[in-house]
Design a binder for this molecule. Structure first.
Ligand SMILES: Nc1ncnc2c1ncn2[C@@H]1O[C@H](COP(=O)(O)OP(=O)(O)OP(=O)(O)O)[C@@H](O)[C@H]1O
Ligand SMILES: [Mg+2]
Length: 250
């Protein structure tokens, strides 16, 4: 079954929508529209009665919701009626009393405060367990995780990092949610384990053209089981969020 993405101009590029229950990777440069795409996808589901959750691992939820309300004031109601959840699973951001004291009295405070339990960064396993609980408790059908990059570096070495990310995505597949995993796009030519492990891969770009104007683009790299568009398309931001526009000339 195909579900509506909530992004104007996108569904026609992928035979009518995303496949229900699959895991998609949305990888983009800074400020390219990853969070906006993710929230629009969840809000579109909430309107149809599909409960959605945005799991934030690095972004502050308060400011994210504030920004997204500008595009869609209905989000407020969706949160109140438990159709839309914003879940903060990031590490404790604020420095506490202990950090300040230890910076004065111990030279190796980074090691001490950084390793204390409360400051432990989220890992693929801890995030999966928490997400699994929330999905069961609230009947979540659409999920956005912001971002995979935040838990990518939780492992000691690259081999175990790749194993744990691949395992994380495989385990997410058992939960029955349609999931968009956000990730930072640093090198579009470097193939990552999450690109292979996901059912679909979408890139969001923003770059300067030769005239010095910002160009925003979307490109579908992979979409299993789908005849999809492969071109670079323009992304437009409006008062209602983002939409996919015309073909970008090469
Ligand atoms: N009201 C608005 N109208 C038009 N464009 C906007 C508006 N609000 C934000 N933007 C654009 O959206 C961008 C941020 O989008 P978004 O937060 O979805 O990107 P992101 O890829 O998640 O960013 P990050 O890498 O910081 O997580 C801003 O940098 C700005 O260019
Ligand atoms: Mg973001």
């Amino acid at each position: 079954m195909r579900i509506k993405s909530g992004i104007e101009g996108f569904d026609t590029l992928v035979e009518g929508g995303l496949l229900q229950g699959r895991q998609y990777l949305l990888s983009g440069t800074p400020g390219s529209g990853k969070s906006t795409f993710g929230v629009q996808f969840l809000a579109a589901g909430a309107l149809l009665g599909e409960i959605g959750a945005y799991v934030a691992l690095s972004e502050n939820i308060g400011t994210l919701v504030e920004d997204m309300l500008r595009y869609n004031p209905q989000i407020d109601d969706m949160i109140k009626t438990k159709k839309l959840f914003f879940i903060d699973l990031g590490p404790t951001i604020n420095y506490g009393e202990y950090d300040e004291m230890s910076s004065l009295i111990t030279p190796d405070y980074v090691q001490q405060s950084g390793d204390s339990l409360v400051n432990q960064p989220p890992t693929p396993f801890s995030v999966f367990k928490e997400v699994e609980n929330q999905i069961k408790q609230f009947g979540i059908k659409r999920l956005v995780i912001d971002s995979l990059s935040s838990i990518r570096f939780a492992s000691k070495d690259i081999a175990s990092e790749e194993r744990s990310i691949s395992r994380f995505i495989r385990n997410l597949k058992t939960l029955g949610c349609t999931t968009i995993l956000l990730s930072e796009l640093t090198n579009p030519d470097a193939y990552t384990i999450e690109q292979f492990a996901s059912h679909g891969v979408i890139f969001l770009h923003n770059f300067m053209d030769k005239q010095g104007s910002m160009v925003r683009g979307l490109q579908i790299i992979k979409m299993r089981g789908t005849k999809h568009d492969c071109e670079m398309r323009a992304i437009e931001f409006s008062d209602k969020g983002i939409k996919v526009g015309k073909l970008l000339k090469k």
